[in-house]
Ligand binder design. Structure first.
Ligand SMILES: N[C@@H](CCC(=O)N[C@@H](CS)C(=O)NCC(=O)O)C(=O)O
Length: 202
């Protein structure tokens, strides 16, 4: 199968990690969705990465859908619980982590605009989303709803969101007063799948 994405996208990183952890072979097709000339729309009319093209020629896009498709292949380790309601709870946390990525990405795009056109209100709105959502993640770990040393769709998505905050220096103080999230990130960042998908430094 082919994974269409860019090395800096946290959504793409989430999918790459799922495939690596399951040992599913894939070809990475590097596309920059924000470049004027890019081929993303031939895989996803929304022009967003990640997109996945299966060996049968099916196209899947939006990372939660791709994650679910990968899970349907039945390759161990399972990244979702077998119980449907427990699986939905994990996907809810994935959506929370994806929302952190969305807010961070919106902040990065806003800050890339000429200074005079940037909206402080918009940046604040996004920072608040990130802060509230990180607090919720910390609470979920404290309540035992997320095991910070387990590997599943929720913990992978949270670690990818934190990796993106670090990479783009969005909310640089995110780790203050969130020791359980720090532990989760430190644990997962040690895995080979995370090391192999680190965003490029430059
Ligand atoms: N909800 C989507 C979000 C994907 C997304 O926003 N990807 C960014 C890169 S990090 C993108 O391709 N943006 C291009 C655009 O918005 O035109 C998912 O989970 O796959």
């Amino acid at each position: 199968m082919k994974l269409i994405g860019s090395y800096t996208s946290p959504f793409v990183r989430k999918i790459s990690i799922l495939l690596l952890e399951k040992g599913i072979e894939f070809e990475f097709v590097n596309e920059q969705p924000y470049n004027a000339e890019n081929g993303v729309a031939q895989y996803n009319p929304l022009g967003k990465v990640p997109a996945l093209v299966t060996d049968e020629g099916d196209y899947w896009f939006d990372s939660p859908i791709i994650a679910e498709y990968i899970e349907l292949l039945g390759v161990a380790p399972a990244m979702l619980p077998a119980d449907p309601k427990a699986a939905l709870a994990v996907k809810q946390i994935e959506a929370l982590a994806d929302g952190i990525m969305d807010a961070a990405l919106t902040s990065v795009r806003e800050q890339a605009r000429p200074a005079a056109q940037q909206s402080e209100d918009e940046l604040l709105r996004q920072r608040e989303k990130i802060s509230r959502s990180l607090d919720r993640c910390e609470q979920l770990i404290r309540d035992g709803k997320i095991q910070s040393d387990s590997l599943n769709l929720a913990t992978i998505a949270i670690a990818c969101a934190i990796g993106y905050l670090n990479f783009r220096r969005v909310s640089p103080g995110w780790c203050v007063d969130r020791p359980l999230l720090v532990k989760l990130a430190e644990t997962l960042f040690q895995r080979e799948s995370f090391a192999r998908t680190e965003p490029p430094k430059a």
